[in-house]
Design a protein around this ligand. Structure first.
Ligand code: GLA
Ligand code: ZN
Length: 689
């Protein structure tokens, strides 16, 4: 190693902040327990070459660290940690509870989940322990405590990694019992529960808590997890499942806290529907996530997901806990990352707030389902492969960058609201259109802002909105608490609010507002929706948008509100069907600001036009908005400003620098107005000034 990453005594780290590191931690999942000793030597030699200073250790070692219920054996972790320390490397140490050992399931069959169809599973796979199982909860927390007790003072350890990629659901009797307890806590009385679920519909009035059973294929569901007769109970089971898994995380975290104040995290999966990460966020010291985009055209989607993860802890930097250096293996088709792409996406993560760049994994698995999953070192352990060279080159860049960007914040004046409740409620709804997807819609809106070069925070509906000029709330289906008033306040003081079709429809219980649509948002938007039409995916209704001097005929699809302006100005009109010539998009002056309603799903060029106008009103269109494929992201810390230019396009572009600065990657001094040429996958990190 050329630098010593251990700059501080780990025990002095403030548990509410990120680990203190000398530079962006670089490395990732390391499973040397699967390899003989000589391979460990080879590993560390290669890590030196690639400037890898951080290893995530012990994620799946339960069957080694506790070979039987009565026997703990942490020697394998001790050897890995001691070696890491001797090599000058730091460790993010896992509790190892993401995959249960065979003996545990054999002795306590309750630990195996019951699935949506009601089938009790037997031992196999991972990430599938029943979160209500007393045996699982007791043994997972006990193991976390043992690991923390033993290694809390180990100088290599800088953070704790609890479990792995929490997810899924269980429908067993233990979960049913826990669900009833959760419901009693939420509702207090059966009257309140019956009211929340509108139980009088189809004769469902409950007279005893014991009558409540989990909603699945055997009970309320009629075609998979999204087709339910009672949205209320299904929505509550989603909330319960998220909370029930969270409880197991908290039990492990509490066990760690008995021994260590180091930051605790667990690796999230970005826009993962089954878990409400906003409800988890306050229980993590540090947010982290695993970035496995579905394809190589996902730049805007990754930007959104980074922004969402950064929003979990109120803008605090997060860790990129995993990404593949080369290929995945779990898909039907697994393309390699093209030259430059791993580097580009790593810098994109940093540009959006990542304070660590970590891979899954260091050495390619020998057998089982991940043997073709890419790794820093392949099966032969070569350091002269294309991908290793790229990993090493990035390591050198990150080392040279040092600690400059650590702790830096994104100066965003634009917020996108993201809400798991709205996501769930909308996608388990019968009507108006199953093809209306929450994630897709949020991606489309965020993309328009991203293409325009805006710095965007993606935040929960409970976030403080007073710091934003623009608040975009796609598919704000459920309006909870005082959100409507807080959105009104944004417009009142001169800001702009944008929301869409299917917003303002239901309350926190998923019951419709007994009022004109869009319910509590009607006053702000100055409209009333008379009807909502839905059409097959291929149907397009042309919408003519006239915004300022711009005019565009775009397409609209999926759902179509028939909007009756009640004070709002019409900026878009339908071109077809019995509502041709009527309002599709409106803008309402409200206080010193305005509120837009997009009454249908606009094609991307329509969204681009609307959202560029919105941004322009506040001077928030980015300096490189017209350079195709060029992303511009900003971070600031201690009076320093970093501007990242990331070229995701596939042709060379030239932009005029909008500020003086130094490119920290090339060392080149750039003067305002000077041309910066960007080849595909190029990255510039400009320290402005
Ligand atoms: C996930 C897991 C890892 C590994 C990778 C492979 O992110 O956390 O253990 O399975 O996927 O892509
Ligand atoms: Zn269960």
């Amino acid at each position: 190693m050329t630098t010593d990453p251990m700059t501080t005594d780990p025990m002095t780290t403030d548990p509410t902040t990120l680990p203190t590191t000398a530079r962006i931690p670089y490395g990732g999942d390391y499973n040397p327990e699967q390899w003989p000793d000589p391979v460990w030597d080879e590993d560390h030699r290669a890590f030196d070459l690639a400037r890898i200073d951080t290893l995530t250790v012990g994620v799946f070692v339960w069957s080694l660290t506790q070979p039987a219920e009565e026997v703990y054996d942490l020697t394998v972790l001790e050897r890995i940690l001691d070696r890491a320390q001797a090599e000058g490397r730091q460790v993010c140490l896992a509790t190892g509870t993401g995959a249960v050992p065979p003996w545990l399931a054999h002795r306590y069959p309750e630990v195996c989940r019951t699935d949506f169809e009601g089938r009790r599973h037997v031992y196999g796979q991972r990430h599938n322990a029943c979160p209500s199982s007393p045996a699982y909860r007791r043994l997972a927390a006990a193991l976390a405590g043992r690991v923390a007790e033993r290694f809390a003072d180990h100088p290599a350890v800088i953070a704790w990694h609890v479990n792995n990629e929490y997810g899924g659901a269980c429908y067993c009797d233990l979960c049913a019992a826990e669900f009833r307890i959760w419901l009693r806590e939420r509702y207090g009385t059966l009257d309140r529960l019956n009211d929340a679920w509108n139980a009088v519909f189809w004769s469902h009035r409950f007279t005893d808590w014991a009558e409540v059973v989990p909603p699945n294929a055997l009970s309320e569901h009629w075609r998979g997890p999204d087709h339910t007769a009672f949205q209320g109970i299904t929505l509550d089971y989603l909330r319960f499942t998220s909370d029930n898994l969270l409880r197991t995380f908290r039990e492990e975290k509490d066990a760690i806290r008995q021994h260590s104040d180091l930051p605790v995290t667990t690796n999230f999966m970005g826009m993962y529907r089954p878990i409400d990460y906003h409800r988890w966020a306050e229980h993590l010291d540090l947010a982290s996530w695993d970035n496995y985009p579905p394809d190589d055209r996902s730049a805007s989607r990754m930007a959104l997901t980074h922004d969402l993860m950064r929003g979990l802890k109120d803008g605090q930097p997060f860790w990129l806990m995993e990404q593949t250096p080369t290929v995945t293996a779990s898909r039907d088709v697994n393309p390699v990352k093209r030259p430059g792409v791993m580097r580009l996406w790593s810098w994109q993560a940093v540009a959006h707030g990542a304070d660590a760049v970590l891979f899954f994994q260091m050495r390619q698995s020998r057998g089982a389902c991940e043997k073709y999953h890419g790794a820093v070192l392949d099966h032969a352990g070569r350091t002269d492969t294309r991908s290793f060279r790229e990993v090493a080159a990035l390591g050198a860049e990150l080392e040279a960058l040092g600690d400059r960007t650590l702790g830096a914040r994104t100066p965003a004046r634009v917020a996108v609201l993201f809400d798991w409740d709205s996501w769930w409620a909308l996608e388990i709804s019968d009507g108006p259109n199953r093809n209306l997807r929450y994630q897709r819609t949020v991606i489309d809106h965020h993309r328009a802002l991203w293409e325009a070069g805006a710095q965007v925070d993606v935040v929960p509906v409970t976030a403080d909105l007073t710091r934003y000029d623009v608040v975009v709330a796609p598919l704000l289906h459920m309006v909870k608490g005082d959100l409507a008033e807080r959105l009104e306040a944004v417009a009142e003081r001169g800001g702009t609010v944008v929301t869409t079709v299917l917003s303002g429809r239901v309350d926190e219980d998923d019951n419709a507002f007994l009022a004109d649509v869009p319910g509590p948002l009607a006053r702000l938007l100055g409209i009333r929706v008379d009807e909502t039409d839905a059409q097959a995916p291929e149907v397009r209704n042309p919408v003519r948008l006239v915004v300022g001097d711009d005019e565009l005929v775009t397409g609209s699809h999926t759902v179509f509100d028939l909007v009756l302006p009640q004070g709002a100005e019409v900026v878009g009109t339908y071109g077809a069907d019995f509502y041709a010539g009527t309002a599709a998009v409106t803008r309402n002056r409200f206080g010193r600001g305005e509120a837009w309603y997009l009454g249908t799903c606009l094609e991307q060029d329509g969204l681009d036009l609307v959202l560029r106008h919105v941004l322009a009103r506040h001077g928030l269109v980015g300096p490189y908005a017209d350079a195709p494929g060029v992303e511009h992201a900003v971070r600031e810390v201690d009076g320093r400003r970093y501007e990242f230019l990331l070229h995701h396009g596939d042709v060379r572009v030239e932009v005029d620098a909008h500020a003086d600065g130094t490119d920290l990657l090339s060392g080149r001094r750039v003067v305002r107005g000077e041309v910066i040429a960007l080849e595909p996958t190029d990255v510039v990190v400009l320290e402005v000034g």
